[in-house]
Design a protein around this ligand. Structure first.
Ligand SMILES: [Zn+2]
Length: 299
């Protein structure tokens, strides 16, 4: 038995995974906004509910929107800012009185897909989150890579390559980060900017994609450019790591067209005459984060 927790910006999810990889318990509670103590309490409350399904000494894996700083032993790079500077793993180990492992949520995502999802059976896998933000995680030689600075896989805060566009500021204080072009909100914002003279004004990514499917040329071009920017951005990953597979997750990964468009555009950018890298959708969808947190205890 393993317990996984996905600490998200809006909800905290908890699962118990059985020996045969089945989720035998699942519960979600809202994330207390901006309140660290209440967040710890909520996690304790969720873990208490697992008792009928998993023994009291069952280890807990936690996926967080950030990472542990090796310098301070506290959380850094978290967009849930109340976590920053807090020793969450130590606080939870004390409170829950059991072993705790903590990892970045994008790392949990690819670890789940590597252990029993779309990347099962590979040796090196790269996981991409394209959702509200853009993140990533890397598995090399069957091991999840954390990195010296705890940021392995964070391709979303590299500058967008190959495109000369108007500079975009990123929340991380840098400019032109891939995230500012490839996140769901960026996809929506850029479309609205271009379509301001038109009468139609779709509000979300799904509607823009539906417009493209019904033949709207502006939406088609927008989706095509997005795929091209994604291909250009993944080129950095392929040229350096050359993974066996790239698994896409997050809301934007549900756009089926990407799985045809992106591999075609890779040819333009990757330093190789042939490119065999499969680009596939996550097998476990939104559940990969919480599953991967539980799988942190799978050596
Ligand atoms: Zn950034």
């Amino acid at each position: 038995m393993k317990i996984g927790i996905d600490l998200g910006g809006t909800k905290i999810e908890c699962v118990v995974i059985s020996e045969d990889h089945q989720i035998v318990f699942r519960e979600r509670l809202p994330t207390p906004k901006g309140d660290y103590a209440a967040t710890v309490n909520t996690i304790e409350q969720l873990v208490a509910q697992t008792l009928p399904y998993a023994p009291a000494n069952t280890p807990v894996g936690i996926g967080i929107p950030g990472t542990l700083s090796s310098d301070t032993g506290t959380i850094k790079n978290a967009n849930s800012t109340c976590l920053i500077g807090k020793p969450l793993d130590k606080d939870l180990a004390l409170r829950l009185n059991r072993p705790i492992k903590l990892a970045n949520d994008a790392n949990c995502f690819i670890w789940s897909e590597f252990c029993d999802g779309a990347a099962k059976g590979t040796t090196n896998a790269f996981g991409v989150i394209i959702g509200t933000g853009v993140g990533g995680g890397l598995v090399m030689n069957h091991q999840l890579v954390n990195g010296l600075n705890g940021i392995a896989g964070e391709w979303g805060h590299n500058p967008l390559p190959h495109f000369k566009l108007e500079q975009q500021p990123c929340y991380c204080s840098k400019e032109d980060c891939i995230e500012t072009y490839l996140s769901g909100p960026a996809f929506e914002k850029r479309f609205l900017e271009q379509s301001s003279t038109k009468t139609i004004s779709p509000v979300n990514a799904e509607e823009i994609v539906n417009l493209a499917r019904t033949g709207d040329s502006l939406a088609q071009k927008h989706l095509d450019t997005y795929a091209k920017m994604l291909a250009a951005s993944l080129t950095g990953v392929i040229n350096i790591v050359d993974p066996d597979i790239i698994v896409l997750g997050g809301g934007m990964s549900n756009i089926d067209e990407l799985y045809e468009l992106v591999p075609n555009y890779l040819q333009e950018y990757v330093f190789s005459d042939t490119i065999h890298t499969p680009i596939v959708k996550a097998k476990h969808g939104d559940s990969s984060g919480v599953r991967g947190a539980a799988w942190l205890w799978n050596d």
